[in-house]
Design a protein around this ligand. Structure first.
Ligand SMILES: Nc1ncnc2c1ncn2[C@@H]1O[C@H](COP(=O)(O)OP(=O)(O)OP(=O)(O)O)[C@@H](O)[C@H]1O
Length: 349
């Protein structure tokens, strides 16, 4: 598969608009993550694609065939959509063994025994559970149970796989392993995956493309690099990768650069479109670096030791800014130090 197109998708509950005019195109074999804070409409969007929730307005199509088209009154039942889904709760059956759990969807569709066994074993191999086919699910760890759920979705050879925070109940190390395994499965099977999470690290490390939502609307769509290097606004800059957001003023513009005033000093940055002379400078904590003779000064009010690096919180005028240095820059709390801003991005809000 398959290009999935969502056009003007809106979901309202009475007057509450929980998804507002969602437009996106998801290409064949892409792993796309929808990320945003709790309640922003991620799960509702995913469930509209799966067919468990009907949109109030809009069209969802795969390769030109409508799954939903509110104008034409088209609504395809979820079981006809050839879409696999894995949820946060494992939703596996504890009283059945692993083989039976994974083969269940095939049994429902009356697939013959030989093919059922072959496809079930293949799915178990993909998630590294081939040795556990006779184990009962309640004997397995959380991570293994989530793999059973994943295998059960894969056994149907879906054209599209939807993941609704399937890793959020797992510990950090296991989450990391599963992220790379899911990515590997995606490459091997050439399946299109839409993943939902509120974990920005997961979004950045797994995805070909990231869709950032807030309050029902898409704020930005792009590759992880595009979103990190070119956040659309301060919400994205703060949500992805964390950033200092500092008030600044436009001084002059040239073809490719602009001069801004920040903390009373001039700084040259890459030129961006400006709506007026006041903006926000987004500065990543590692783009603030100590500089002995700088006129920019800050008082260290907090020091967070992180092994190979140190995060400092500096009081600069009315603002607290975060600076991350390597551990060789070792200053005590209450010191006043000079610093420089090595890179900043102009934002209009
Ligand atoms: N059946 C419903 N009736 C009314 N409001 C609903 C219903 N289902 C969801 N909502 C509201 O829609 C909004 C979006 O919910 P949704 O579950 O899509 O958010 P989410 O981004 O997936 O959040 P989370 O990360 O917490 O799962 C929320 O404010 C929620 O309260």
């Amino acid at each position: 598969m398959s290009t999935l197109i969502l056009k003007n998708i809106t979901k309202k509950y009475n007057k509450d608009v929980v998804v507002n005019n969602f437009n996106a195109e998801i290409n064949k074999n892409e792993l796309v993550t929808i990320v945003g804070p709790s309640g922003c409409g991620k799960t509702t969007t995913l469930r509209m694609i799966a067919g468990f929730i009907e949109p109030t307005e809009g069209t969802i199509s795969v390769d030109g065939n409508d799954l939903v088209n509110k104008d034409k009154n088209v609504f395809m039942e979820p079981e006809k959509r050839e879409i696999g889904m894995v949820f946060q709760s494992y939703a596996v059956w504890p009283h059945m063994n692993v083989f039976k759990n994974v083969s269940y969807p095939l049994k429902l569709r009356k697939v013959n025994k030989e093919e059922l066994t072959r496809r079930t074993r293949e799915a178990l191999r993909l998630v590294h559970l081939e040795k556990y086919e006779n184990s009962f699910v309640h004997e397995l760890s959380g991570g293994q149970q989530q793999r059973v759920a994943l295998a059960r979705a894969l056994v149907m050879e879906p054209r599209l796989l939807l993941l609704d925070e399937p890793l959020s109940n797992l510990d950090a190390a296991l989450r990391e392993t599963m992220r790379s395994e899911i990515k590997e499965i995606q490459r091997k099977l050439e399946v299109t995956i839409i993943n939902v999470t509120h974990d920005q690290t997961e979004a950045m490390t797994m995805s070909d493309k990231v869709i950032i939502m807030n309050k029902g609307s898409i704020i930005q769509i792009g590759t992880p690099e595009e979103i990190y290097n070119n956040p659309a606004n301060s919400f994205v800059a703060k949500f992805i990768g964390s950033a200092n957001l500092i008030n600044c003023k436009l001084v002059t513009e040239s073809e490719s650069t602009m001069m801004v005033e920040v903390f009373g000093e001039h700084l040259e940055i890459e030129r961006k479109e400006t709506l007026n002379e006041n903006g926000i400078l987004s500065v990543r904590p590692h783009h603030i670096t100590p500089m002995e003779n700088s006129t920019l000064k800050g008082k260290i009010i907090r020091k967070l030791y992180q092994g190979d690096r140190i995060e400092y919180h500096l009081q600069v005028e009315e603002e607290v800014i975060r600076m991350i240095t390597d551990a060789s820059y070792n200053y005590p709390v209450d010191d006043v130090i000079g610093f420089q801003i090595t890179k900043g991005i102009w934002l209009n809000d």
